[in-house]
Design a protein around this ligand. Structure first.
Ligand SMILES: C[S@@+](CC[C@H](N)C(=O)[O-])C[C@H]1O[C@@H](n2cnc3c(N)ncnc32)[C@H](O)[C@@H]1O
Length: 222
């Protein structure tokens, strides 16, 4: 399914001021630190970030890996990343405007796929996770950050939000169902802000789920 136009417009309009919110910078920094701690990325790794936005997490991971293909559907978010790449002479980050959910894919295969706060924008989670699995080399790692299940207090009126967070156990089961193993969830950050539901201060934890594609595919016996 192609994503709703309203969501693309939302992010295109948000791009210019995306990095002005200190809370966003703090979240991206915390997620990147947790990915580095949990994955221990290596210089030989080729990585893909799904829903990279302006590249806040990608640019923190880039010094630790060989290359990152930074994927997003919003041209304006990617334009901000492209400017930062140019200004800082970064040579190992490749921005790509593709929709992995619309059969647009990279020919590459990766050792790591990571994402932060993008998966709740995808309706068909099993399909997305299947695409991730197909894009990884055997033994390839995933590091996926998103909100814990919430009541809409975080995202009530944001366009293109299909999931008010995820239950960690259920998310792990969905990853297992498409072939990932060694799944482990940990809290990467806690966002504190007013709930759009209650109008009161609230906490919204963000998890990081890690796991891997098995080295060898298990043969299904007939
Ligand atoms: C909440 S923003 C997070 C951006 C970035 N990861 C960060 O932490 O600042 C979600 C991003 O996911 C992107 N996105 C949504 N659906 C997508 C899709 N199908 N493929 C690629 N990117 C998508 C949006 O354009 C947006 O940039």
């Amino acid at each position: 399914m192609t994503q709703p136009q309203s969501m693309t417009n939302h992010f295109d309009q948000a791009a210019a001021t995306w990095e002005e919110k200190p809370a966003r910078l703090a979240l991206a920094r915390a997620v990147a630190e947790k990915i580095i701690e949990q994955i221990e990325p290596q210089k030989k790794m080729a990585a893909l970030e799904f829903g990279c936005g302006t590249g806040l997490v990608t640019l923190a991971i880039a010094p630790h890996v060989r290359k990152i293909v930074a994927v997003d559907t919003s041209a304006s978010m990617l334009a901000v990343l492209e400017r930062k790449i140019r200004e800082n002479s970064i040579s190992n980050v490749i921005p790509r405007q593709i929709d992995l959910m619309n059969n647009e894919s990279s020919e590459d295969r990766f050792d790591l796929i990571f994402s932060s706060m993008a998966i709740h924008h995808i309706n068909d989670i099993p399909r997305l996770l299947t695409v991730f699995h197909a894009l990884l080399n055997p033994g390839g790692r995933i590091a996926l950050a998103d909100l814990d299940a919430e009541d809409g207090g975080f995202h009530k009126d944001v366009p293109g939000v299909f999931h008010f967070g995820f239950d960690r156990d259920d998310f792990a089961r969905q990853l297992e169902a498409v072939g990932f193993e060694g799944l482990s969830g940990t809290t990467a950050h806690v966002i504190r802000r007013e709930s759009a539901v209650t109008g009161k201060p609230a906490e919204f934890p963000v998890f990081l789920m890690t796991g891997r594609k098995p080295e060898k595919q298990t043969k299904i016996s007939k």
